[in-house]
Write a protein that binds this ligand. Structure first.
Ligand code: AMP
Length: 392
């Protein structure tokens, strides 16, 4: 059975087509700059890769070209082969604790929740509508980024602010990257070979979040009401004192939207280094002894270590720490610096094993008190698995 995973952004659409018999990837690709000049698509299949510039006025055109290409490039023999479509959906508030078959009610909820994810939820709806028109008979499943975190208890998901903000406006911690953390939790369960375990999943990419996971369920996570909180990221600040916002507004003559833009797009690694949001660039600058890049790097590591320490206590000890996403999977020095700072918890890694990239690797030594793994995340596969499960 073939299932396609879709991740629709406001001007992009990523896809991956799976043969679910062996979970192999048949094709993958990206449609970019939808509704803009310079729109194009890339499709990879087997050893082939094509990239074409083409007019993509909207998501419907992108989907129709995608489906045409899958057949005309002989990736599938007919569209009937696609038996399920899984959509990555960003915000399901506290209504969606699991993946769901997409109905008109789900689409309406995505629209109703759009003030919680103003860029993502409307884009998700565009993706759903485009496939609904192109393949009306094929069942679709929605997999929410927020769903995995719905097992947090009330004292964890509430902020210490007037209770009425929660009751009236839904002000609470929602958490994001849930599909990735769930994938990591499933992998950890398999690797440990037991249902009862304490795990800290570190999804550190351009966006970054950590989750404390007990027996496969989320107990706490670092992102909150929005993806802005928690650890420091590529361009997001992570946690800050909220009083900074009105102070800077007054000093810089900015409105609240402008300050929030700086916190989302010009802070984090980029803000402190005044150079780049990409950890590879920061590390290269550190090698040249650039002081701001060193401060950015140390702060980045420190924030992650602080959260790991706090989750260690919350979970009453930890069996496994997992690094995943761009930095977590690839950055040998950042993993080493985080683990060195955790030595007092009994974490020890093997520097040779830590040199591995791109595959599941245990990097802790035999005498480490906590297992440390690198596990490449696979949100698309998780979406395809959920789709298969729900369409039966
Ligand atoms: P993601 O959001 O998961 O795609 O992660 C993207 C980020 O991963 C980039 O912005 C880089 O900061 C980081 N990254 C990717 N490869 C490396 C690498 N080899 N070393 C350090 N950081 C990396």
């Amino acid at each position: 059975m073939k299932i396609i995973s879709i991740n629709a952004g406001s001007s992009s659409l990523k896809f991956r087509l799976f043969e679910m018999k062996d979970e192999s990837v048949i094709a993958s690709g990206l449609f970019e700059r939808i509704g803009m000049d310079g729109s194009n698509f890339t499709i990879e299949y087997g050893k082939e890769k094509i990239n074409q510039e083409v007019d993509l006025p909207d998501h419907k055109v992108a989907v129709s070209i995608l489906l045409d290409k899958l057949v005309s490039l002989n990736i599938i023999s007919s569209l009937n082969e696609i038996q399920g479509i899984g959509h990555r959906l960003v915000h399901g508030k506290d209504k969606y604790r699991d993946s769901v078959l997409i109905t008109e009610e789900v689409i309406k909820d995505l629209e109703d929740f759009k003030e919680f994810a103003p860029l993502h939820n409307p884009a998700n709806v565009l993706g759903i509508r485009a496939f609904q028109e192109a393949l009306p008979e094929v069942p679709m499943v929605g997999v929410f980024d927020t769903a995995f975190h719905q097992t947090m208890n009330k004292e964890t998901f509430l902020y210490p602010v007037p209770y009425s903000w929660y009751e009236k406006y839904g002000v609470r911690k929602y958490g994001f990257h849930g599909t990735s953390h769930r994938y990591i939790a499933n992998m950890a369960k398999e690797l440990l070979g037991k249902d009862e375990f304490r795990l800290i999943s570190c999804h550190i990419g351009n966006g970054a979040s950590l989750s404390a996971i007990k027996d496969g369920l989320c107990v706490d996570t670092t992102m909150g009401f929005t993806p802005l909180s928690g650890v420091m990221m590529g361009t997001r600040s992570g946690d800050i004192d909220p009083s900074i916002i009105p102070y800077v507004m007054e000093k810089e003559g900015m409105n609240v939207g402008e300050v929030m833009d700086e916190l989302n797009k010009k802070s984090g690694l980029f803000g402190l280094s005044e150079f780049s949001s990409d950890m590879r660039d920061i590390i290269a600058r550190c090698d040249e002894q650039d002081e701001k890049s060193w401060v950015a790097r140390k702060k980045y590591v420190r924030r992650i270590v602080d959260y790991i320490a706090s989750y260690y206590v919350l979970l009453g000890g930890v069996d496994m720490i997992v690094f995943t996403a761009g930095v977590g999977e690839n950055s040998v020095p950042i993993r080493r610096e985080i683990c060195e700072a955790l030595a007092c918890l009994g974490v020890k890694i093997d520097l040779d094993l830590n040199n591995q990239r791109g595959k599941v690797t245990k990097i802790s030594t035999e005498d480490s008190k906590i297992l440390v793994y690198v596990i490449p995340t696979d949100e698309e596969l998780m979406i395809a698995r959920d789709t298969l499960k729900l369409i039966g």
